[in-house]
Design a protein around this ligand. Structure first.
Ligand code: S3P
Length: 172
C-alpha cells in the first residue's frame, strides 16, 4: 500500500464526529506514515483556537485559512490527513485532494455523530439551541458532496482499530 501511494496522501473527509482525527492518527501509525490534522494546523498557523478564529474573523476567514493549510500539507505527502468537516465542500480543496491524495469519506449516521459531538463541544457550527437539527441539515447539504470522495467507509460505533482496518481494506 505504501508503495502504491507514492507521494499521495490518504485524506479523511466527513462530518464532525465521524472519527476522522482519531481514526486518522491510528491509521497513520498502522501504515507508518506521518499524520496531520488540518484543524490543528490551522490553529497553529493562526495562533488561536477554531472558536476564536470564528469569533474574531468569521467563518469565511476560517475557510480561507483551511484551504491554504490543506493545500500546503498536500504538497508534503505522503501522509494521513484528517480534514475538518467543511473542508471537502470547497471545489478548490476537492481538486487539490484529487491531485495529491486519495479521499476517504468516513460516513456515519446522525445518531452516532450526535453522541460523539456531545462529548466534545468546541465546534462553533454546533453552538446552536438544537445541534441535532443543525447536524441533520449539514448532512443533507454535505453528503451528496462527500459522496464524490474516492472511497467511502461506513463508520460504526466499533473500536477504532476496527475502523482502521476497514479503511485499510478499502484502500487495498
Ligand atoms: C467544521 C468542522 C470542524 C472544524 C470547524 C468546522 C465543519 O472539524 O473544522 O469547527 O464545518 O464541519 P471536525 O470535523 O474535525 O470537527
Amino acid at each position: 500500500l505504501r508503495e502504491r501511494l507514492g507521494s499521495r496522501s490518504i485524506v479523511l473527509v466527513g462530518m464532525m464526529g465521524a472519527g476522522k482525527s482519531s481514526v486518522g492518527k491510528r491509521l497513520a501509525r498502522r501504515l507508518n506514515l506521518p499524520f496531520a490534522d488540518a484543524d490543528v494546523e490551522i490553529e497553529q498557523a493562526a495562533g488561536m483556537t477554531i472558536p476564536e478564529i470564528f469569533a474574531h474573523h468569521g467563518e469565511p476567514a476560517f475557510r480561507d485559512g483551511e484551504k491554504k493549510v490543506i493545500s500546503r500539507l498536500l504538497e508534503n505527502g505522503p501522509m494521513v490527513l484528517a480534514t475538518g468537516g467543511g473542508a471537502f465542500m470547497s471545489d478548490e480543496t476537492q481538486a487539490a485532494i484529487a491531485r495529491h491524495g486519495i479521499s476517504v469519506w468516513l460516513k456515519a449516521e446522525l445518531d452516532l455523530l450526535l453522541r460523539r459531538v456531545r462529548r466534545r463541544d468546541d465546534r462553533p457550527l454546533l453552538k446552536t439551541d438544537d445541534p441535532a437539527t443543525t447536524l441533520a441539515r449539514l448532512i443533507d447539504l454535505r453528503y451528496p458532496v462527500y459522496a464524490r470522495a474516492t472511497l467511502t467507509v461506513v463508520s460504526h460505533d466499533v473500536p477504532q482499530d476496527v475502523m482502521v482496518e476497514a479503511v485499510v481494506d478499502a484502500l487495498a
